[in-house]
Each structure stands twice: as C-alpha cells, then as structure tokens.
Design a binder for this molecule. Structure first.
Ligand SMILES: [Fe+2]
Length: 109
C-alpha cells in the first residue's frame, strides 16, 4: 500500500512542490512548501483520527494534505483543481488503487 513516506520520496511530488514554491515566490505569496503541507497533512490526519476513522483512512488524509498544494505549480488560480488531477495521475503511476486515488483527488479538490 502507498504510504505518506512513499509520496514524500516520489521525485514527481518533490519536483511539483518545489515548482509550486517557485511560482508562489514569483507571485509574492508566503511559504507554501514542505513546512506548510506537512502541517496540513498532520492536521488532516488529526481530524480523521478524532472522528474515529481507521488507520488507512487516516493515512490517506495525510497523503491528501501533503499533496493539496501541488497545483500551485500550474497556477495559483484553481490550484485545488489542477492539484487534484496531478495527484490522481501520480498516485496511479505509483500503483495506488482506483478507490483510494479518487478519494484523494476529491479531498484535494
Ligand atoms: Fe495550502
């Protein structure tokens, strides 16, 4: 099963996070790189734990939180939409099943 650790180590993910930060730097936004997405990942998992979801759902929330801003690499406008589609394809390439990757896509969007 694909874990947050696998996602963090994926070169496509790393490249898109870095590209998104370059885009936002150019636009004058605050930091949206690893620190920000790690906080969102942790908070998303905390919420699902609090709501009583199982360990796998909590892991998927961590992944969705970590990937939620990669669409900034395309454009800040509608970055949730582009990030959802980018995440879907990356997770497909990594071998994640259709049900899990569609859930992550919807969570990001
Ligand atoms: Fe964000």
């Amino acid at each position: 099963m694909i874990t947050l650790k696998d996602v963090k180590e994926n070169p496509e993910v790393i490249g898109l996070i870095q590209g998104g930060q370059r885009q936002l730097d150019a636009l004058g936004y605050t930091e949206h790189s690893v620190r920000h997405i790690s906080i969102v990942s942790k908070r998303a998992s905390d919420i699902l734990k609090e709501l009583g979801y199982n360990e796998r759902r909590v892991e998927l929330a961590k992944i969705a939180g970590y990937l939620h801003d990669i669409g900034n690499c395309v454009n800040r406008n509608d970055h949730a939409h582009s990030g959802a589609i980018l995440s879907y394809q990356i997770l497909k390439d990594m071998g994640m099943g259709i049900d899990e990757r569609t859930d992550i896509m919807m969570a990001i969007r």
